[in-house]
Design a protein. Structure first.
Length: 124
């Protein structure tokens, strides 16, 4: 499975990458620092899953999600937002923008694993 993790914090990207490897999804992990960079990566690579932060400079996660969802090429690519934004209205806003699932930082490997399994249809 090819996954892109989008976060302006290199530490957070490393945590997500290490977590993905630990839970068995570390096949191929691409990275981007913001939504604009992620769109560039997506234009040159097919991915099976997008994990993005909300708060980033240049292009925030919500704008990024809307741009991805406006391109039919990505209709089947699930998006999980991993963010500190925990208010119910923020979650609703993200879901309306096209996010498939939502993880609030800090998170456990088990939570991330469950969210990935849910959006990828891997749960029994």
């Amino acid at each position: 499975m090819r996954i892109i993790t989008v976060d302006d914090s290199s530490t957070m990207r490393r945590i997500i990458k290490n977590t993905l490897k630990r839970i068995g999804y570390g096949d191929e992990i691409l990275e981007a620092e913001n939504g604009k960079e992620a769109l560039d990566v997506l234009s040159n690579n097919e991915v099976d899953l997008i994990i993005t932060d909300w708060n980033m400079p240049v292009m925030d996660g919500l704008t990024f999600v809307k741009k991805v969802r406006s391109d039919s090429k990505f209709d089947d690519v699930p998006i999980i937002m991993v963010t500190t934004e925990a208010a119910k209205e923020d979650i609703i806003t993200a879901l309306k923008a096209g996010v498939n699932n939502y993880v609030v930082k800090p998170f456990t490997p088990q939570v991330l694993k469950e969210k990935i399994e849910a959006v990828m249809g891997l749960k029994d």
